[in-house]
Design a protein around this ligand. Structure first.
Ligand SMILES: [Zn+2]
Length: 104
């Protein structure tokens, strides 16, 4: 089964640029993220963390998820305030929970 991975460059940090990658293993996710060139040109700096929350599959290409094809989502829906797309929950009114709490 396809899994979701949060991929980022460990030197520049997860806030700088993070990709959502659907792949079968973390190694595959790392390699796919690296190949986009969006996370720098050092393979060893590219990290892939498994995302356990299942809502994240809504952010993928639904056709590819159904057909179980690995793919990269470079620009998943993100919080309109802080720009983060992955915390541990779904966005509410296009805001992450953290920003939602600040604005309340
Ligand atoms: Zn936010």
């Amino acid at each position: 089964m396809l899994k979701a991975y949060f991929c980022y460059n460990k030197e520049s940090g997860a806030n700088e640029c993070a990709l959502l990658v659907f792949a079968f293993t973390s190694q595959e996710a790392r390699y796919m993220a690296f190949k986009t060139s969006l996370l720098g040109d050092e393979y060893i700096e590219v990290m892939a963390e498994l995302i356990k929350e299942t809502f994240i599959f809504k952010y993928g290409n639904q056709e590819k998820i159904t057909k179980q094809i690995s793919h990269v989502v470079a620009d998943p829906p993100s919080c309109k305030n802080c720009g983060l797309w992955y915390t541990d929950h779904e966005l509410i009114n296009n805001l992450c929970r953290h920003c939602l709490e600040i604005m309340e």
